[in-house]
Design a protein around this ligand. Structure first.
Ligand code: PXG
Ligand code: PLP
Length: 443
């Protein structure tokens, strides 16, 4: 290991220039938390402390940190073919990765468009949906439907369909043409549900009201996270996603699953579409696609969508869209090596064997001070805390105190979100929830 990576005595970097994303910059820079290395389930910080990773980085390092197979594949790719565009030429890796990936998707979700992030994948999916209808002779279908509390990344399309007020503030005039369905979280009916809550499928019927108000011929697509991630792990009520699918079918509306978090084994199946047995028309993915090691996102589409684009022009470009780095060779190499690991180690089905212990450990927090809800599915958990008059303050304090106690959790307002690497051991599951319980009981 290099000295810079591991030595606490290496000089502290100047902190001013880097404008940090989604961070209280001024606060952070007075008391920085710098990570210098990562291996398996653990980060190492600048002081040399080991910190158990309860969030797979930012919901992405599903195979754990420091995988030499991915590092080797990336190094080899850089030396073999560092960069090649996918505009009017190609390289084998992108085709190989596409072919491997579509085999993980259910049904005829068998074509994939590559991006560099979840945000780009969301905006790509929205554009595909709108263009699909135009090519089918319905150019009036340009409206989109998202949900309250949804996170669909930070590009303008994703912010438009997203439902987080702070992310949308300032951008109202740039995000028109969207309706938001109510979110599905309801403490009165569903607090401390184990797995999917039983109450709430009928919330999907609100989509019928949007159709009535706008007209089906004005609506291109509905986009949902099958399980909400960023706003605190909100698990869909039994039957809710099925009901959305039925209403979309009735009105010719495309259904997009944003599986940036739920993809790549998080629920014990490759994708949540399979877990819930609901067939979306498009699936957005990123994060776990490359184990978070190299940026990459993807949009999967059903056969009929790809076919319509291919049939629409004689031989010219079928879709005027793409990124300099769509299908980047190094990202593809990382993706292929990541899929090899998932397969060789059976990490997706491993989640099924861990899910019961995970659920039990999470729900052991019921009755702990400040805890007003616990939610779980697969290797996801959300712990909701009684809010104070400063929203988010209690959640952030738990994050800080857990970090001090050597466990990395994520604060989503006054929710603690957990999403560990799929290689987690049972003892480490206990360590995470014990740390949270200890911290909460001291606050
Ligand atoms: N869709 C979903 C459902 C996501 O969770 C994105 C899109 C955007 O992906 P990129 O790669 O552009 O970040 C995400 C990303 C949080 C948090 O606060 C969650 C995400 C990103 C950053 C923070 O939990 N999810
Ligand atoms: N801005 C300018 C001036 C560019 O030339 C390009 C790409 O060529 C972009 C933005 C888009 O960059 P990317 O393709 O990496 O998304």
């Amino acid at each position: 290991m290099s000295e810079v990576a591991s030595s606490p005595s290496s000089p502290a970097p100047a902190l001013d220039a880097f404008w940090m994303p989604f961070t209280a910059n001024r606060q952070f820079k007075t008391n920085p938390r710098l990570l210098t290395a990562a291996q398996g389930m653990y980060y190492t910080d600048r002081e040399g402390r080991q910190i158990l990773d309860g969030t797979a980085g930012l919901w992405c390092v599903n195979a754990g940190h420091g995988r030499p197979e991915i590092a080797a594949a990336v190094q080899q790719q850089l030396l073999q073919l560092d960069y090649a565009s996918s505009f009017q030429m190609g390289h084998p890796g992108a085709f190989q990765l596409a072919d491997r990936l579509v085999k993980l998707l259910p049904g005829d979700l068998n074509h994939v468009f590559f991006t560099n992030s979840g945000s780009e994948a969301v905006d790509t999916a929205l554009k595909i949906a709108i263009a699909y209808h135009a090519l089918g002779g319905e150019p009036s279908r340009q409206r989109l439907v998202g949900r309250e509390r949804a996170y669909h990344g930070v590009n303008l399309g994703g912010v438009a369909v997203g439902g987080i007020a702070t992310n949308r503030r300032f951008f109202g005039d740039l995000t028109p043409g969207v309706d938001h369905l109510r979110h599905t979280h309801d403490l009165a009916h569903n607090a401390f549900s184990r797995g999917q809550p039983l109450w709430g499928a009928a919330l999907a019927d609100e989509l019928e009201q949007v159709v009535e108000k706008r007209g089906a011929d004005a609506i291109a697509a509905v986009i949902v996270e099958p399980v909400y991630g960023a706003t605190g792990v909100l698990v869909p009520p039994v039957g809710y996603l099925q009901r959305l699918r039925q209403i979309c079918d009735r009105h010719g509306i495309l259904l997009i699953f944003d599986e940036v978090i739920t993809g790549f084994g998080r629920l014990g199946t490759p994708f949540a579409a399979e877990y819930f047995d609901v067939m979306p028309d498009l699936v957005v993915a990123a994060k776990g696609l490359t184990n978070g090691n190299i940026p990459m996102g993807a949009v999967f589409v059903r056969q009929g969508i790809y076919d319509r684009f291919m049939a629409a022009s004689d031989s010219g470009i079928e879709f005027f869209h793409g990124y300099t780095y769509s299908g980047h060779p190094v990202a593809c190499a990382a993706g292929l090596a990541t899929l090899d690991i998932y397969e060789a180690e059976g990490l997706f089905s491993r989640v099924q064997t861990l899910a019961a212990a995970w659920e039990a450990a999470a729900h052991s927090l019921k009755g702990t001070r400040h805890v007003i809800d616990v939610r779980n599915l697969g290797l996801l958990a959300g712990i909701e805390l009684d809010p104070t008059d400063k929203p988010g303050a209690r959640g952030f304090e738990v994050f800080l105190r857990c970090f001090e106690a050597g466990v990395f959790v994520r604060a989503a307002g006054d929710n603690i979100a957990l999403s560990p690497p799929l290689i987690i051991q049972p003892a480490q599951i206990d360590q995470i929830f014990t740390a949270i319980a200890t911290v909460l009981s001291q606050m």
